[in-house]
Design a protein around this ligand. Structure first.
Ligand code: P6P
Length: 335
């Protein structure tokens, strides 16, 4: 049972036994993500000072070359997980191919691979809008002690053993699941500790917020156009409120607390959708379903999609279950 104000460390230890593979490795992995989150948070939160402390390409106080924040975040998450020898492979939006972490070493008994979007919504940084890190965790399917292969990464979302995000917003939160519900931890920056602030998070069954880039409206499938028009009609609790800030983690987080749906449909610019299946859609889908919400590609569960390649894109409709179901109804009735 989770108690408010528990630290993330206490929570991980207390709930480790719940995890059927509890060898402590997953706990150490979540702890390494926690550490990287604090390091990235420190850098993200001073982005506005770039002109004062030096823009990308300058040298910082540690004598390190200053990097674009998404490259910085990518390097920090990869370094943190590599140094602690916890995973056997990592895939990232910032890396063309997956990275093997000593997996060819016969002594390497590590069994997890992690897929990350190190800084989602990074274009928002220059305008001081929330951004996030998204992560997805699988057990490798090839034998431990052998080199990881692409098959270890191309697994359906239903095979995830963990997923979560860090939202660098008005406060910094780590929200994650290992298949036993969703819990949110808020960072106290004064002492660098995450505290359980949002135990057992749930999507309301329905809501009145829809999040979509309506600038792409004319390119949307007819079913999506019909749903948006439904949201805008005067009836009952409609018209709904449109809230879209161009950061998946932030829109998802708000909708999980207040009720709502996030949509990134296919369009002429993105015929398969813009968002990546393996390190954006699947982790958010795992969280959504664990929080009594839903996640669909417009016709079926995102987590049932068989991945074909590492940076594959799919449409995403996720959030309150009744709202996702309604979009699927509009989509199926318009084909
Ligand atoms: P658009 C950020 O680049 C992102 O991947 C999501 O975080 C966000 O919801 C979406 O793309 C924004 O895309 O095309 O509406 O600017």
């Amino acid at each position: 049972m989770s108690q408010k104000n528990q630290t993330l460390g206490e929570f991980i230890i207390e709930n480790q036994a719940e995890f059927k593979y509890s060898s402590g490795e997953l706990s150490r992995l979540i702890n390494s993500i926690r550490l990287a989150a604090k390091v990235v948070n420190h850098e993200v939160n001073k982005a506005g000072l770039v002109d004062i402390i030096g823009a990308a390409g300058d040298v910082n106080a540690q004598g390190e070359d200053q990097q674009k924040l998404d490259v910085y975040a990518n390097n920090k998450f990869i370094q943190t997980m590599t140094k602690r020898n916890i995973v056997c492979g990592i895939a990232s939006e910032e890396e063309d191919d997956f990275i093997s972490i000593n997996s060819q070493d016969e002594q390497n008994q590590n069994k997890y691979v992690v897929l990350i979007d190190p800084l989602d919504g990074s274009s928002n940084i220059d305008v001081n809008v929330s951004v996030g890190t998204i992560f997805s965790i699988y057990r490798r399917i090839t034998p431990v002690g052998t080199p990881v292969t692409i098959e270890d990464f191309l697994q359906k979302g239903d095979e995830q053993v963990g997923a979560g995000y860090i939202i660098y917003g008005t406060s910094t939160m780590l929200v994650y699941t290992t298949g036993h519900g969703v819990n949110g931890f808020t960072l106290n920056p004064a002492i660098g500790t995450f505290y359980l602030s949002h135990p057992e998070m749930h999507f309301p069954e329905t809501g009145t917020i829809y999040s979509v880039n309506e600038g792409n409206y004319i390119h949307f499938p007819q079913g999506v156009k019909d749903y948006i028009k439904y949201c805008q009609q005067e009836e009952g609790d409609r018209p709904y409120t449109s809230r879209y800030i161009g950061s998946l983690v932030s829109d998802f987080h708000r909708n999980m607390i207040k009720g709502g749906i996030y949509m990134y449909p296919q369009s002429s610019k993105y015929p398969q959708g813009k968002l990546r299946l393996l390190y954006e859609c699947n982790p958010m889908a795992f969280l959504a379903e664990q929080a009594n919400g839903a996640a669909s590609d417009g016709f079926g569960r995102v987590m049932e999609i068989e991945p074909k390649e590492l940076h594959q894109r799919v449409p995403l409709f996720c959030g309150s279950s009744k709202m996702v179901q309604m979009v699927e109804n509009f989509m199926s009735s318009s084909v």
